[in-house]
Design a binder for this molecule. Structure first.
Ligand SMILES: [Fe+2]
Ligand SMILES: [Fe+2]
Length: 273
């Protein structure tokens, strides 16, 4: 079995094969990780945002398109894909942790080192084991068709860490549309905030952070964890928090509506006197 790293374009099935598309992204990730290793603490968040935009849609499309195919065609597809799903879950949890840490702090450096090591490990597991195994099962035509489907999903997938949603269908697929909209609005806000290479810690970043927190609440909506393997479930015990938040917002809105109606009635009574 030959690693994708040691195969040329023709062996991988041409430019549109899912294997070539995977390898191109992995090479790009390697370049960005090199940039990150040279970046001063003040610039690390900016480079990380570029890494998130690459790796999270990439991984989402793996989890919703590629790994289910591997589970279908390989007898040991379940343990093989579960290992990579666990790596993805750990990366999602560490990135969520980074969101609450200050760049340059000891905790930030520890979490960042773990994220980088896991990203590199994930690429090796895919290029050396998982994808060559898939390659032996599919024809070049099937690899190209899988490549088009994977690419189509990747282009509309969420671009940030979402550790509370399932790493498998149907939960992750159900979460895709609302989370992708929030993430892509955040991408625009962050791009504006970091315009000109400087971090603007003003209203745009604050709004983006608030949207990020809202996304983590939304992730806990029941149903978005459907299909999850127990070992990749984030053990927060707060999966019902999403429902509680929705109930709280709906309850508050109802109270405001009742209060406004009462005030209007009082005003009408006063006017009639
Ligand atoms: Fe990959
Ligand atoms: Fe991956």
């Amino acid at each position: 079995m030959t690693s994708l790293a040691d195969q040329g374009l023709a062996q991988l099935g041409g430019r549109s094969s899912v294997l070539s598309r995977q390898k191109r992204d992995h090479v790009r990730l390697d370049e960005l990780l090199e940039q990150l290793s040279r970046a001063p603490a003040a610039d690390q968040k900016r480079v990380l945002l570029r890494i998130y935009r690459l790796v999270f849609p990439h991984a989402f499309a793996e989890e919703s398109v590629l790994w289910p195919t591997i589970r279908r065609v390989l007898p040991d597809g379940e343990p093989l894909t579960l290992q990579v799903e666990r790596e993805h879950q750990e990366i999602n949890e560490l990135v969520m942790r980074l969101e609450s840490l200050a760049p340059g702090s000891t905790d930030w450096d520890v979490a960042l080192t773990q994220v980088v090591a896991l990203l590199r490990q994930d690429v090796r597991d895919e290029e050396d084991v998982l994808l060559p195994r898939l390659q032996r099962k599919l024809t070049p035509g099937q690899l190209r068709r899988l490549g088009f489907t994977w690419e189509a999903v990747r282009r509309v997938a969420p671009t940030r860490a979402h550790p509370f949603v399932a790493r498998r269908p149907p939960g992750n697929v159900l979460s895709a549309l609302p989370l992708s909209i929030i993430d892509r609005v955040r991408d625009v806000l962050d791009a504006l905030a970091y315009r000109g290479g400087r971090a603007d810690v003003g209203a745009l970043s604050t709004l983006s952070d608030a949207l990020g927190r809202a996304a983590h609440v939304l992730e806990r909506t029941p149903g978005l964890g459907a299909g999850e393997h127990p070992s990749t479930r984030r053990r927060s015990g707060t999966r019902w928090l999403g429902v509680a938040m929705i109930a709280l917002v709906a309850g508050s809105a109802a109270m405001v509506a009742v209060r406004r109606r009462r005030l209007a009635a009082e005003a009408a009574t006063a006017a009639g006197r």
